[in-house]
Design a protein around this ligand. Structure first.
Ligand code: HEC
Length: 255
């Protein structure tokens, strides 16, 4: 018994008997408006896509993303800043009734009302009128929201300490310090490293001691008298020893 007995195979229906080379189907309703998807239409799409791709690639080369140093979750002094399109929300959280004990108002309730209003707008504003001038409430709220967003963004930009922001995120190259040196041992003995890191790399408690621009005398003064959050009298050794420490640190100064 043969399969397909009594039937006549004329060919595989998935393959056209005659190959038409890209003749568009005749959609008579749209005369002259059709074109073959493959390759005519796709080629156009790809060409436009390639222009954008090359454009974006050139932009990333011309303007590399402003990367900062590796994020350090223990650094509580770091002030993060959202991207520009969220600056208005960020700024709102600085006002007294939207921050601190009222932070839920600034973080959830106010943005929630705005987003909720936008979501419900089609149900609230059901008038047939389309012209903005005939829809005073919708237009008014839209302009109010726009003005607030522009104002808050502006305020956050002019009030941000961009100098400090640049400094806190700066990428500082640290080298592996010489741990055999006497200066290093003396720093270990005087607890410098517990705060400044065993590679002088700094940490949550204290800044790095690499890439400084301080003279040995200035460092000696800080080691004896402290400064800011660094306590007084940390260094308990002799002046001779202190000299070794300061010279040790300055060898890793900014070149
Ligand atoms: C208790 C933690 C602690 C210890 C221990 C400590 N430091 Fe500091 N150190 C700090 C802090 C915090 C600062 C930043 C002070 C400031 O902001 O003015 C600092 C700053 C410095 C600076 C200035 C850095 C700069 O960026 O200008 C030097 C130099 C320094 N320390 C050296 C030493 C030496 C040398 C020792 C050991 C004798 C030592 N520190 C021990 C916490 C410490």
């Amino acid at each position: 018994m043969h399969r397909g007995k009594g039937m006549k195979f004329v060919g595989d229906s998935r393959v056209h008997a005659v190959r038409h080379s890209n003749i568009p189907k005749d959609y008579s309703e749209y005369p002259g408006k059709t074109e073959a998807f493959w390759p005519n239409f796709l080629l156009k799409e790809w060409m436009v896509g390639a222009v954008f791709l090359i454009g974006y690639l050139s932009l990333t080369v011309a303007h590399p993303s402003p990367l900062e140093r590796i994020a350090d979750p223990t650094d509580t002094g770091y002030i993060p800043l959202p991207d520009w399109y969220f600056l208005f929300l960020y700024q709102m959280l600085k006002y007294s009734y939207a921050s601190g004990p009222y932070t839920t108002i600034g973080a959830f309730i106010m943005p929630g009302i705005a987003a909720g209003g936008l979501l419900l707008a089609p149900f609230i504003d059901r008038g047939p009128e389309r012209r903005p001038i005939k829809r005073p409430f919708a237009t008014g709220f839209m302009l109010l929201a726009l003005a607030s967003i522009i104002f808050l963004t502006w305020e956050s930009v002019v009030n941000h300490d961009w100098e400090a922001a640049k400094k806190q995120g700066a990428i500082v190259k640290t080298v592996a310090v010489d741990k055999e040196a006497e200066g290093y041992q003396l720093m270990q003995k005087n607890t410098c490293l517990t705060c400044h890191g065993d590679n002088l790399q700094g940490g949550a408690a204290a800044p790095t001691l690499q890439n400084l621009s301080l003279t040995p005398e200035e460092i000696a003064k800080i080691a004896r008298n402290g400064r800011g959050a660094m306590p007084k009298g940390v260094f308990k050794g002799t002046d001779e020893e202190l000299k070794k420490v300061t010279e040790y640190i300055t060898q890793y100064n900014k070149k």
